[in-house]
Design a binder for this molecule. Structure first.
Ligand SMILES: *[C@@H]1O[C@H](CO)[C@@H](O)[C@H](O)[C@H]1NC(C)=O
Ligand SMILES: *[C@@H]1O[C@H](CO)[C@@H](O)[C@H](O)[C@H]1NC(C)=O
Ligand SMILES: *[C@@H]1O[C@H](CO)[C@@H](O)[C@H](O)[C@H]1NC(C)=O
Ligand SMILES: *[C@@H]1O[C@H](CO)[C@@H](O)[C@H](O)[C@H]1NC(C)=O
Length: 413
Protein backbone atom coordinates (compact mmCIF):
# COMPACT_ATOMS: atom_id res chain seq x y z
CA UNK A 1 0.00 0.00 0.00
CA UNK A 2 2.82 2.45 0.75
CA UNK A 3 3.58 2.40 -2.90
CA UNK A 4 0.22 3.83 -3.87
CA UNK A 5 0.14 6.20 -0.96
CA UNK A 6 3.49 7.54 -1.84
CA UNK A 7 2.20 8.37 -5.27
CA UNK A 8 -0.80 10.15 -3.86
CA UNK A 9 1.14 12.06 -1.24
CA UNK A 10 4.50 12.63 -2.77
CA UNK A 11 3.96 16.35 -2.96
CA UNK A 12 3.21 16.72 0.78
CA UNK A 13 6.15 17.67 2.96
CA UNK A 14 4.44 18.22 6.29
CA UNK A 15 4.55 14.97 8.24
CA UNK A 16 1.25 15.45 10.08
CA UNK A 17 -0.66 16.30 7.01
CA UNK A 18 0.99 13.36 5.42
CA UNK A 19 -0.35 11.03 8.10
CA UNK A 20 -3.89 12.32 7.72
CA UNK A 21 -3.58 12.16 4.01
CA UNK A 22 -2.30 8.62 4.22
CA UNK A 23 -5.36 7.52 6.12
CA UNK A 24 -7.77 9.30 3.80
CA UNK A 25 -6.02 7.99 0.73
CA UNK A 26 -6.02 4.48 2.04
CA UNK A 27 -9.75 4.62 2.69
CA UNK A 28 -10.38 6.16 -0.69
CA UNK A 29 -8.43 3.49 -2.48
CA UNK A 30 -10.00 0.68 -0.55
CA UNK A 31 -13.39 2.13 -1.36
CA UNK A 32 -12.53 2.24 -5.05
CA UNK A 33 -11.20 -1.28 -5.04
CA UNK A 34 -14.20 -2.49 -3.05
CA UNK A 35 -16.45 -0.81 -5.59
CA UNK A 36 -14.99 -2.87 -8.42
CA UNK A 37 -15.21 -6.00 -6.35
CA UNK A 38 -18.82 -5.35 -5.42
CA UNK A 39 -19.75 -4.40 -8.96
CA UNK A 40 -18.31 -7.60 -10.30
CA UNK A 41 -20.12 -9.60 -7.68
CA UNK A 42 -18.34 -12.90 -7.90
CA UNK A 43 -14.67 -12.05 -8.05
CA UNK A 44 -12.15 -13.14 -5.48
CA UNK A 45 -11.31 -10.48 -2.93
CA UNK A 46 -7.63 -11.24 -3.32
CA UNK A 47 -7.29 -9.94 -6.82
CA UNK A 48 -6.63 -6.22 -6.31
CA UNK A 49 -4.12 -6.94 -3.57
CA UNK A 50 -2.52 -9.66 -5.58
CA UNK A 51 -2.12 -7.02 -8.23
CA UNK A 52 -0.14 -4.83 -5.89
CA UNK A 53 2.06 -7.64 -4.64
CA UNK A 54 3.01 -8.58 -8.16
CA UNK A 55 3.92 -4.97 -8.79
CA UNK A 56 6.65 -5.27 -6.22
CA UNK A 57 7.83 -8.70 -7.14
CA UNK A 58 7.94 -8.32 -10.90
CA UNK A 59 8.56 -4.83 -12.11
CA UNK A 60 7.45 -5.00 -15.74
CA UNK A 61 10.47 -5.36 -17.95
CA UNK A 62 9.15 -2.91 -20.49
CA UNK A 63 9.17 -0.06 -18.04
CA UNK A 64 12.83 0.69 -17.50
CA UNK A 65 12.46 4.27 -18.59
CA UNK A 66 9.64 4.90 -16.16
CA UNK A 67 11.52 3.35 -13.27
CA UNK A 68 14.41 5.67 -13.86
CA UNK A 69 12.11 8.63 -13.55
CA UNK A 70 10.66 7.29 -10.33
CA UNK A 71 7.09 6.66 -9.44
CA UNK A 72 5.92 10.09 -10.53
CA UNK A 73 6.41 8.98 -14.08
CA UNK A 74 3.40 6.72 -13.83
CA UNK A 75 1.08 9.66 -13.42
CA UNK A 76 2.90 11.81 -15.90
CA UNK A 77 2.84 9.11 -18.50
CA UNK A 78 -0.86 8.40 -18.10
CA UNK A 79 -1.25 10.58 -21.15
CA UNK A 80 0.97 9.09 -23.82
CA UNK A 81 3.19 11.52 -25.61
CA UNK A 82 1.64 12.01 -28.97
CA UNK A 83 3.87 14.88 -30.00
CA UNK A 84 6.27 12.83 -32.10
CA UNK A 85 5.62 13.48 -35.72
CA UNK A 86 4.76 10.33 -37.63
CA UNK A 87 7.63 9.17 -39.76
CA UNK A 88 7.01 7.32 -42.97
CA UNK A 89 8.91 4.17 -43.83
CA UNK A 90 9.56 2.78 -47.27
CA UNK A 91 6.24 0.90 -47.32
CA UNK A 92 4.26 4.01 -46.31
CA UNK A 93 3.63 2.58 -42.90
CA UNK A 94 3.45 5.20 -40.14
CA UNK A 95 5.62 4.10 -37.23
CA UNK A 96 3.59 5.82 -34.54
CA UNK A 97 -0.13 6.19 -33.92
CA UNK A 98 -0.77 9.18 -36.15
CA UNK A 99 -4.21 10.18 -34.87
CA UNK A 100 -3.79 12.81 -32.18
CA UNK A 101 -7.06 14.72 -32.06
CA UNK A 102 -10.71 13.80 -32.05
CA UNK A 103 -12.64 16.04 -34.32
CA UNK A 104 -15.70 14.15 -35.11
CA UNK A 105 -19.02 15.85 -35.62
CA UNK A 106 -22.30 14.14 -36.43
CA UNK A 107 -23.09 13.75 -40.12
CA UNK A 108 -26.28 15.78 -40.31
CA UNK A 109 -26.60 15.15 -44.03
CA UNK A 110 -28.45 11.99 -43.03
CA UNK A 111 -31.08 13.70 -40.92
CA UNK A 112 -33.21 14.79 -43.84
CA UNK A 113 -33.47 11.36 -45.41
CA UNK A 114 -36.63 9.30 -44.91
CA UNK A 115 -34.96 5.92 -44.57
CA UNK A 116 -32.76 7.37 -41.82
CA UNK A 117 -35.68 8.92 -39.92
CA UNK A 118 -37.35 5.50 -39.71
CA UNK A 119 -34.41 3.80 -37.98
CA UNK A 120 -34.10 2.85 -34.31
CA UNK A 121 -32.13 5.25 -32.10
CA UNK A 122 -29.03 3.04 -31.81
CA UNK A 123 -28.70 2.73 -35.59
CA UNK A 124 -29.13 6.48 -35.97
CA UNK A 125 -26.35 7.02 -33.46
CA UNK A 126 -24.16 4.53 -35.30
CA UNK A 127 -24.75 6.12 -38.72
CA UNK A 128 -24.31 9.70 -37.51
CA UNK A 129 -20.76 8.87 -36.43
CA UNK A 130 -19.88 6.12 -38.89
CA UNK A 131 -17.52 8.39 -40.83
CA UNK A 132 -15.33 8.92 -37.73
CA UNK A 133 -12.77 6.24 -38.50
CA UNK A 134 -9.92 6.68 -36.04
CA UNK A 135 -9.44 8.07 -32.57
CA UNK A 136 -6.37 9.00 -30.49
CA UNK A 137 -4.82 6.56 -28.04
CA UNK A 138 -5.10 6.96 -24.28
CA UNK A 139 -2.86 4.00 -23.38
CA UNK A 140 -0.35 2.66 -25.87
CA UNK A 141 2.47 0.12 -25.92
CA UNK A 142 4.59 0.72 -28.98
CA UNK A 143 7.23 -1.59 -27.51
CA UNK A 144 4.93 -4.61 -27.24
CA UNK A 145 5.81 -6.14 -30.60
CA UNK A 146 9.55 -5.51 -30.50
CA UNK A 147 11.58 -8.50 -31.61
CA UNK A 148 10.15 -11.66 -33.08
CA UNK A 149 6.84 -12.79 -31.66
CA UNK A 150 5.30 -16.11 -32.51
CA UNK A 151 1.84 -15.54 -31.06
CA UNK A 152 0.22 -12.25 -30.12
CA UNK A 153 -2.91 -12.74 -28.01
CA UNK A 154 -5.34 -9.80 -28.18
CA UNK A 155 -8.45 -9.71 -26.05
CA UNK A 156 -11.42 -7.37 -26.26
CA UNK A 157 -12.21 -6.07 -22.80
CA UNK A 158 -13.84 -3.12 -20.99
CA UNK A 159 -12.62 -1.12 -18.00
CA UNK A 160 -14.91 -2.77 -15.43
CA UNK A 161 -13.86 -6.34 -16.32
CA UNK A 162 -10.66 -6.21 -14.33
CA UNK A 163 -11.22 -9.66 -12.83
CA UNK A 164 -11.48 -11.29 -16.25
CA UNK A 165 -8.18 -9.75 -17.33
CA UNK A 166 -6.59 -10.84 -14.07
CA UNK A 167 -7.63 -14.44 -14.58
CA UNK A 168 -6.55 -14.48 -18.23
CA UNK A 169 -3.09 -13.18 -17.27
CA UNK A 170 -2.76 -16.06 -14.81
CA UNK A 171 -4.06 -18.76 -17.13
CA UNK A 172 -4.15 -18.97 -20.91
CA UNK A 173 -3.01 -15.41 -21.59
CA UNK A 174 0.23 -15.65 -19.67
CA UNK A 175 3.17 -14.06 -21.47
CA UNK A 176 5.83 -16.72 -21.86
CA UNK A 177 8.31 -18.42 -24.15
CA UNK A 178 7.36 -21.94 -25.27
CA UNK A 179 9.98 -23.94 -27.21
CA UNK A 180 11.76 -20.68 -27.96
CA UNK A 181 8.58 -19.07 -29.30
CA UNK A 182 7.46 -15.84 -27.63
CA UNK A 183 3.86 -15.24 -26.63
CA UNK A 184 2.68 -11.69 -25.86
CA UNK A 185 -0.70 -10.53 -24.63
CA UNK A 186 -2.70 -7.31 -25.04
CA UNK A 187 -6.12 -6.11 -23.98
CA UNK A 188 -8.12 -3.77 -26.23
CA UNK A 189 -10.28 -1.14 -24.58
CA UNK A 190 -12.24 2.00 -25.28
CA UNK A 191 -13.65 4.44 -22.72
CA UNK A 192 -16.48 3.43 -20.38
CA UNK A 193 -19.74 4.57 -21.90
CA UNK A 194 -21.08 5.30 -18.43
CA UNK A 195 -19.82 8.55 -16.94
CA UNK A 196 -19.66 7.39 -13.31
CA UNK A 197 -17.75 4.29 -14.35
CA UNK A 198 -15.42 6.39 -16.41
CA UNK A 199 -14.54 8.58 -13.42
CA UNK A 200 -14.02 5.65 -11.07
CA UNK A 201 -12.26 3.20 -13.32
CA UNK A 202 -9.90 5.20 -15.48
CA UNK A 203 -7.24 5.72 -12.79
CA UNK A 204 -7.51 2.08 -11.73
CA UNK A 205 -7.12 1.04 -15.33
CA UNK A 206 -4.03 3.20 -15.70
CA UNK A 207 -2.58 1.67 -12.54
CA UNK A 208 -3.35 -1.81 -13.83
CA UNK A 209 -1.62 -0.93 -17.07
CA UNK A 210 1.35 0.48 -15.17
CA UNK A 211 1.76 -2.89 -13.47
CA UNK A 212 1.21 -5.18 -16.43
CA UNK A 213 1.91 -2.98 -19.44
CA UNK A 214 -0.64 -4.82 -21.54
CA UNK A 215 -3.54 -2.43 -22.15
CA UNK A 216 -4.27 -0.56 -25.36
CA UNK A 217 -6.96 2.06 -24.90
CA UNK A 218 -8.51 4.34 -27.48
CA UNK A 219 -10.58 7.46 -27.09
CA UNK A 220 -13.93 6.05 -28.23
CA UNK A 221 -16.84 4.82 -26.15
CA UNK A 222 -17.00 1.12 -25.40
CA UNK A 223 -20.37 0.13 -26.78
CA UNK A 224 -21.74 -2.83 -28.71
CA UNK A 225 -21.75 -1.04 -32.07
CA UNK A 226 -18.31 0.41 -31.41
CA UNK A 227 -16.79 -3.08 -31.29
CA UNK A 228 -16.09 -2.61 -34.98
CA UNK A 229 -13.99 0.43 -34.08
CA UNK A 230 -12.05 -1.80 -31.71
CA UNK A 231 -11.43 -4.17 -34.62
CA UNK A 232 -10.27 -1.45 -37.04
CA UNK A 233 -8.16 0.27 -34.40
CA UNK A 234 -6.40 -2.96 -33.57
CA UNK A 235 -5.75 -3.66 -37.28
CA UNK A 236 -4.24 -0.21 -37.72
CA UNK A 237 -2.25 -0.52 -34.50
CA UNK A 238 -0.87 -3.89 -35.59
CA UNK A 239 -0.03 -2.53 -39.06
CA UNK A 240 1.86 0.31 -37.38
CA UNK A 241 3.77 -1.46 -34.63
CA UNK A 242 4.03 -5.18 -35.36
CA UNK A 243 6.19 -6.02 -38.37
CA UNK A 244 7.42 -9.36 -36.97
CA UNK A 245 4.46 -11.17 -35.47
CA UNK A 246 3.85 -14.62 -36.90
CA UNK A 247 0.31 -15.28 -35.65
CA UNK A 248 -2.47 -13.43 -33.86
CA UNK A 249 -5.16 -14.93 -31.67
CA UNK A 250 -8.03 -12.48 -31.14
CA UNK A 251 -10.87 -13.16 -28.75
CA UNK A 252 -13.27 -12.19 -25.98
CA UNK A 253 -12.40 -11.90 -22.29
CA UNK A 254 -14.86 -14.64 -21.28
CA UNK A 255 -13.50 -17.61 -23.21
CA UNK A 256 -11.39 -20.64 -22.37
CA UNK A 257 -8.38 -21.05 -24.66
CA UNK A 258 -5.81 -23.82 -25.01
CA UNK A 259 -2.56 -22.26 -26.17
CA UNK A 260 -1.05 -25.75 -26.28
CA UNK A 261 -3.62 -26.79 -28.88
CA UNK A 262 -3.12 -23.52 -30.79
CA UNK A 263 0.58 -24.36 -31.04
CA UNK A 264 -0.18 -27.88 -32.22
CA UNK A 265 -2.55 -26.54 -34.84
CA UNK A 266 -0.12 -23.88 -36.05
CA UNK A 267 2.68 -26.38 -36.41
CA UNK A 268 0.47 -28.52 -38.63
CA UNK A 269 -0.52 -25.56 -40.78
CA UNK A 270 2.75 -23.66 -40.95
CA UNK A 271 2.66 -23.76 -44.77
CA UNK A 272 -0.80 -22.20 -45.09
CA UNK A 273 -0.80 -18.71 -46.56
CA UNK A 274 -3.49 -16.20 -45.54
CA UNK A 275 -4.52 -18.31 -42.60
CA UNK A 276 -7.75 -17.32 -40.90
CA UNK A 277 -9.34 -20.03 -38.81
CA UNK A 278 -12.19 -20.10 -36.32
CA UNK A 279 -15.82 -20.96 -35.74
CA UNK A 280 -16.78 -19.92 -39.26
CA UNK A 281 -20.38 -19.53 -40.38
CA UNK A 282 -21.17 -19.77 -44.05
CA UNK A 283 -24.31 -18.24 -45.54
CA UNK A 284 -25.48 -16.62 -42.33
CA UNK A 285 -28.56 -14.47 -42.87
CA UNK A 286 -28.82 -10.98 -41.37
CA UNK A 287 -31.26 -11.07 -38.46
CA UNK A 288 -34.41 -9.08 -39.19
CA UNK A 289 -36.20 -9.55 -35.86
CA UNK A 290 -36.09 -6.25 -34.03
CA UNK A 291 -35.85 -7.76 -30.55
CA UNK A 292 -32.64 -9.61 -31.39
CA UNK A 293 -29.29 -8.21 -30.26
CA UNK A 294 -27.97 -8.69 -33.78
CA UNK A 295 -30.94 -7.15 -35.62
CA UNK A 296 -29.97 -5.31 -38.79
CA UNK A 297 -32.42 -3.13 -40.78
CA UNK A 298 -32.48 -3.48 -44.57
CA UNK A 299 -31.29 0.10 -44.86
CA UNK A 300 -27.96 -1.03 -43.41
CA UNK A 301 -27.55 -4.35 -45.20
CA UNK A 302 -29.81 -5.48 -48.02
CA UNK A 303 -28.20 -8.72 -49.24
CA UNK A 304 -29.62 -12.14 -48.34
CA UNK A 305 -26.41 -13.58 -46.90
CA UNK A 306 -23.40 -12.38 -45.01
CA UNK A 307 -19.98 -13.31 -46.34
CA UNK A 308 -18.38 -16.20 -44.38
CA UNK A 309 -17.17 -14.92 -41.03
CA UNK A 310 -15.71 -16.32 -37.81
CA UNK A 311 -17.49 -15.88 -34.47
CA UNK A 312 -15.71 -13.06 -32.62
CA UNK A 313 -15.25 -15.14 -29.44
CA UNK A 314 -11.88 -16.37 -30.68
CA UNK A 315 -10.06 -16.92 -33.97
CA UNK A 316 -6.53 -17.26 -35.31
CA UNK A 317 -4.91 -15.47 -38.21
CA UNK A 318 -1.40 -14.97 -39.55
CA UNK A 319 0.44 -11.67 -39.13
CA UNK A 320 0.84 -10.76 -42.81
CA UNK A 321 -2.91 -11.29 -43.32
CA UNK A 322 -3.70 -8.96 -40.39
CA UNK A 323 -1.77 -6.20 -42.16
CA UNK A 324 -3.72 -6.76 -45.37
CA UNK A 325 -6.96 -6.79 -43.40
CA UNK A 326 -6.14 -3.27 -42.23
CA UNK A 327 -5.81 -2.09 -45.81
CA UNK A 328 -9.06 -3.84 -46.77
CA UNK A 329 -10.94 -2.41 -43.78
CA UNK A 330 -10.08 1.11 -44.87
CA UNK A 331 -11.93 0.57 -48.16
CA UNK A 332 -15.23 -0.35 -46.45
CA UNK A 333 -17.93 1.51 -44.56
CA UNK A 334 -18.00 0.47 -40.91
CA UNK A 335 -20.58 -2.19 -40.12
CA UNK A 336 -22.08 -2.43 -36.61
CA UNK A 337 -21.32 -6.14 -36.04
CA UNK A 338 -17.58 -6.57 -35.66
CA UNK A 339 -17.14 -10.19 -36.68
CA UNK A 340 -19.33 -9.75 -39.77
CA UNK A 341 -17.30 -6.66 -40.64
CA UNK A 342 -14.11 -8.72 -40.54
CA UNK A 343 -15.82 -11.25 -42.83
CA UNK A 344 -16.47 -8.39 -45.25
CA UNK A 345 -12.77 -7.47 -45.13
CA UNK A 346 -11.81 -11.09 -45.89
CA UNK A 347 -14.21 -11.00 -48.84
CA UNK A 348 -12.44 -7.91 -50.21
CA UNK A 349 -9.15 -9.85 -50.00
CA UNK A 350 -10.78 -12.97 -51.51
CA UNK A 351 -9.64 -15.01 -48.51
CA UNK A 352 -12.00 -17.75 -47.34
CA UNK A 353 -11.84 -18.36 -43.59
CA UNK A 354 -11.35 -21.95 -42.42
CA UNK A 355 -13.90 -23.59 -40.16
CA UNK A 356 -12.42 -25.73 -37.40
CA UNK A 357 -14.34 -27.78 -34.84
CA UNK A 358 -12.03 -26.93 -31.97
CA UNK A 359 -13.32 -23.34 -32.00
CA UNK A 360 -16.58 -23.32 -30.06
CA UNK A 361 -17.44 -19.64 -29.90
CA UNK A 362 -21.14 -20.33 -29.88
CA UNK A 363 -20.96 -22.73 -26.89
CA UNK A 364 -19.74 -26.29 -26.60
CA UNK A 365 -23.08 -28.03 -27.09
CA UNK A 366 -26.43 -26.49 -27.94
CA UNK A 367 -28.13 -27.68 -24.75
CA UNK A 368 -26.82 -25.19 -22.18
CA UNK A 369 -27.71 -27.48 -19.23
CA UNK A 370 -25.71 -30.39 -20.63
CA UNK A 371 -22.97 -31.84 -18.42
CA UNK A 372 -20.67 -31.80 -21.45
CA UNK A 373 -20.34 -28.04 -20.97
CA UNK A 374 -18.36 -28.79 -17.80
CA UNK A 375 -16.41 -31.81 -19.04
CA UNK A 376 -12.67 -31.09 -18.68
CA UNK A 377 -11.64 -33.77 -21.19
CA UNK A 378 -13.68 -32.01 -23.81
CA UNK A 379 -12.10 -28.68 -22.94
CA UNK A 380 -8.68 -30.30 -23.17
CA UNK A 381 -9.23 -31.06 -26.83
CA UNK A 382 -10.56 -27.62 -27.76
CA UNK A 383 -8.90 -24.38 -28.85
CA UNK A 384 -11.59 -21.89 -27.76
CA UNK A 385 -14.72 -22.41 -25.71
CA UNK A 386 -17.28 -19.69 -25.10
CA UNK A 387 -18.16 -18.73 -22.45
CA UNK A 388 -16.68 -18.99 -18.96
CA UNK A 389 -16.71 -16.46 -16.16
CA UNK A 390 -13.53 -15.97 -14.09
CA UNK A 391 -14.16 -18.47 -11.29
CA UNK A 392 -15.25 -21.20 -13.73
CA UNK A 393 -12.30 -20.41 -15.96
CA UNK A 394 -9.80 -20.86 -13.12
CA UNK A 395 -11.46 -24.12 -12.06
CA UNK A 396 -11.49 -25.50 -15.59
CA UNK A 397 -7.92 -24.37 -16.20
CA UNK A 398 -6.73 -26.21 -13.08
CA UNK A 399 -8.63 -29.35 -14.07
CA UNK A 400 -7.38 -29.37 -17.65
CA UNK A 401 -3.80 -28.77 -16.53
CA UNK A 402 -3.86 -31.36 -13.74
CA UNK A 403 -3.01 -35.04 -14.27
CA UNK A 404 -6.30 -35.37 -16.04
CA UNK A 405 -6.74 -38.82 -17.53
CA UNK A 406 -9.06 -38.81 -20.49
CA UNK A 407 -10.20 -42.22 -21.72
CA UNK A 408 -9.69 -41.18 -25.32
CA UNK A 409 -8.54 -37.86 -26.67
CA UNK A 410 -11.33 -36.49 -28.80
CA UNK A 411 -10.08 -36.63 -32.36
CA UNK A 412 -10.69 -33.04 -33.19
CA UNK A 413 -7.24 -31.65 -33.78
C1 LIG B 1 -12.73 20.44 -36.26
O1 LIG B 1 -13.65 20.47 -37.35
C2 LIG B 1 -14.29 21.72 -37.52
C3 LIG B 1 -15.34 21.55 -38.62
O2 LIG B 1 -15.07 20.49 -39.47
C4 LIG B 1 -13.25 22.77 -37.87
O3 LIG B 1 -13.85 24.02 -38.03
C5 LIG B 1 -12.22 22.84 -36.72
O4 LIG B 1 -11.17 23.71 -37.06
C6 LIG B 1 -11.63 21.45 -36.44
N1 LIG B 1 -10.80 21.49 -35.27
C7 LIG B 1 -9.60 20.90 -35.19
C8 LIG B 1 -8.88 21.00 -33.89
O5 LIG B 1 -9.13 20.26 -36.12
C1 LIG C 1 -22.33 16.06 -46.22
O1 LIG C 1 -22.65 16.44 -47.55
C2 LIG C 1 -21.69 17.29 -48.13
C3 LIG C 1 -22.25 17.74 -49.49
O2 LIG C 1 -22.86 16.67 -50.17
C4 LIG C 1 -20.37 16.57 -48.29
O3 LIG C 1 -19.39 17.39 -48.88
C5 LIG C 1 -19.88 16.14 -46.88
O4 LIG C 1 -18.72 15.37 -46.99
C6 LIG C 1 -20.97 15.33 -46.20
N1 LIG C 1 -20.55 15.10 -44.83
C7 LIG C 1 -20.29 13.88 -44.36
C8 LIG C 1 -19.83 13.83 -42.95
O5 LIG C 1 -20.42 12.88 -45.02
C1 LIG D 1 -18.63 5.29 -30.63
O1 LIG D 1 -17.65 6.13 -30.01
C2 LIG D 1 -17.71 7.48 -30.43
C3 LIG D 1 -16.56 8.22 -29.81
O2 LIG D 1 -16.57 8.13 -28.43
C4 LIG D 1 -19.05 8.07 -30.04
O3 LIG D 1 -19.14 9.41 -30.50
C5 LIG D 1 -20.15 7.25 -30.68
O4 LIG D 1 -21.38 7.72 -30.25
C6 LIG D 1 -20.02 5.79 -30.33
N1 LIG D 1 -20.95 5.04 -31.12
C7 LIG D 1 -21.84 4.21 -30.61
C8 LIG D 1 -22.76 3.57 -31.56
O5 LIG D 1 -21.91 3.97 -29.40
C1 LIG E 1 -28.63 -2.32 -51.62
O1 LIG E 1 -27.73 -1.39 -51.05
C2 LIG E 1 -26.81 -0.86 -51.98
C3 LIG E 1 -25.80 -0.01 -51.21
O2 LIG E 1 -26.32 0.40 -50.00
C4 LIG E 1 -27.57 -0.07 -53.04
O3 LIG E 1 -26.65 0.46 -53.97
C5 LIG E 1 -28.55 -1.00 -53.74
O4 LIG E 1 -29.32 -0.27 -54.65
C6 LIG E 1 -29.44 -1.69 -52.71
N1 LIG E 1 -30.23 -2.71 -53.40
C7 LIG E 1 -31.52 -2.90 -53.17
C8 LIG E 1 -32.15 -4.02 -53.92
O5 LIG E 1 -32.15 -2.20 -52.39
Amino acid sequence: MEFILFVLTHRMNNRDRWRVYKRVSLMFLLALLALTVVQRGSINMGAPFELERQARMHPPADYDDKQENGIKAFWKSSKPSTSESPTITHDNRPTTWDVTSTNCTANHNLSEQDWFMGLEANFKQFLLYRHCRYFPMILNHPEKCSGDIYLLIVIKSVATEHDRREVIRKTWGKEQVVDGKRIKTLFLLGKSSNEVERANHQKLLEYEDYIYGDILQWDFLDSFFNLTLKETHFLKWFHTYCPNVRYVFKGDDDVFVSVHNIFEYLEMSSKVKDMFVGDVIFKAKPIRKKENKYYIPHALYNKTFYPPYAGGGGFLMDGPLVKRLHVAADTLNLYPIDDVFLGMCLEVLKVTPIKHNAFKTFGLVKNKASKLNREPCLFKSMIVVHKLLPTDLIRMWNLVNSDLVCSKKAQIL
